[in-house]
Design a protein around this ligand. Sequence first.
Ligand code: TXA
Ligand code: MG
Length: 318
Amino acid sequence: MSLFPSTFENIQKAAQLLKEGELIAFPTETVYGLGADAFQEKACQKIYTLKGRPTFNPLIVHCFEKEQAETLAIFGKEAQKLADQFWPGPLTLVLKKKKTSHLPEIVTSGLETVALRVPLHPTARALLKAFGGPIAAPSANRSGFLSPTCATHVLEDFQTKLVMVLDSPPIEVGLESTILDLSEETPILLREGGLEKERIEVCLGQKIFKPQKISKITSPGQLLRHYAPSLPLRLNVGDVKPNEGLLAFGKPFLGSKISFNLSETENLEEAAQNLFAFLHFLDAREDIIGIAVQSIPEEGLGRAINDRLRRAAEGSKH
Ligand code: TXA
Ligand code: MG
């Protein structure tokens, strides 16, 4: 049994395990993270092995506050502004790594940049405080599979291979953080996520764009086949077949034996919160042959939701 409620004692224990070079899983407001001491090379190596993650795909380094992040990377004006407004929260900034950062190469896959984030979830914050240093953590799922939004998802993926999963009530955002690259002259949106692009644009007073061509790193976040459920997905459907499960949004279509509604009131925040849990539920059903997904508007959080759904649909074709 490796599920532990997020009590003070268990958080202290988790911090101790991290110091000893172990991995632990913990909730953040976006998805669960699989954490290691960011300064211990061997511990970070374990993350790649356990997830089955290619070592060319760098990790996000989680910090307790901006001041800690500033010891690892160079913050320009834009980074300062965004960090002041949106940290703690679901925004990851890719910045030039400081030569004095002492981060092992494996954390950044040898890149000269580092991805930094200050999470909002109280358990993540308490853990970062108790640990006292930065924690490298990707999402706590096997590479290429659905992201975990509750502790049992983490257990399903890793079974007894993890000594500790800190458990918490449902998490608030439910989609991975938005990743913004500020290491070059123009800001680049590497991943749509829990913080809407529009809010970043208002803060910076400029439009932001996705990369024009695939960048130097090929990350699962950028690969089309990602978040792969085992059942095929049909997107933007106009109907549902009796042997399909339905992932509804708004007024649900009739005719399916099993349906989950992301948000009856068409609230995108609620839909984001529910997305991975409902996909997990539907994907575990053995009495359906596929998942039909009603259309979701391509705006605000809807863009990140549609991005995950497209990747899931693409992944399930293989
Ligand atoms: O919400 C989140 O961001 C969650 C929680 C646990 O914080 N973490 C997460 O990590 O989603 P992961 O590893 O699943 O996704 C991290 C993404 C990857 O696509 C990786 O390629 C990208 O961040 N990344 C990390 N460092 C980078 C860098 N230096 N330059 C560009 N992309 C980077
Ligand atoms: Mg991930």
